[in-house]
Design a protein around this ligand. Sequence first.
Ligand SMILES: [Fe+2]
Length: 260
Amino acid sequence: MIDIHSHILPFADDGASGWEDALAMARDAHEDGIQTVIATPHHANGQYLNPADNIMDGVAKMNEKLCLEGIPLTVLPGQEIRVYANLLDDLERGVLLPLASSRYMLLEMPSSRVPSRMEELCHELIIQGYVPVIAHPERNAEIAAHPERLERLVGLGAVGQLTAQSLTGEFGGKLQKLSLELCRRNTIHVLASDAHNGDSRPFGLYRAYQMIDKQLGGEIAGYFRKNAQNIVSNIPIEQRIVESSGKKRHNFFGLFRKKD
Ligand SMILES: [Fe+2]
């Protein structure tokens, strides 16, 4: 499996606290059946700043250590970018890092609301050739109350990333139900762990795929797996028809926009 969202990189944020911890997480990931994991430290969330260069250095060191320890896991660079005022300027300055050097960018909204200029931001990123990946939309209070807010972002060409633990019930039954609902509406495209440690926020991706398989069928589970691979391979994700309150709405983003 491929995991596109994790806090495995040490000394970066509230994820792995040091190399020992990071290597323990790497062993957990391998045991869970993960071969490739994208390290996505928090950036600009008010607590942590992890510019692109630091992450690239950290990921190179991490892969050296994995090699030395004989852990069969590849870590790729990424960043969980909080939606903030200077995001587009920082993107131009090279401070921001897409997922695995692709055109996909992992964006984190505040948990309480959808920022007022979120649609404009997604639109601008798409024009520039990027694909916004909305990190765990199910954990956003405004989307929970109004799933159509996510549908609008997906309609623009954004991708929804569901967190494994939301789906498997660790964050409560309400969030689990919402997670399945967002999947059924076709506003989720990819599953990821958002792992922070081995205890309270583990990988748990295998169980999450099992749940998708059981609740929504093998075809959807396969679609999610393929999309994680497409992100790493930097190829377009096939968007499905968004199911909105019984009505169907087509998305037209099957292809990347041309960059430059
Ligand atoms: Fe995260």
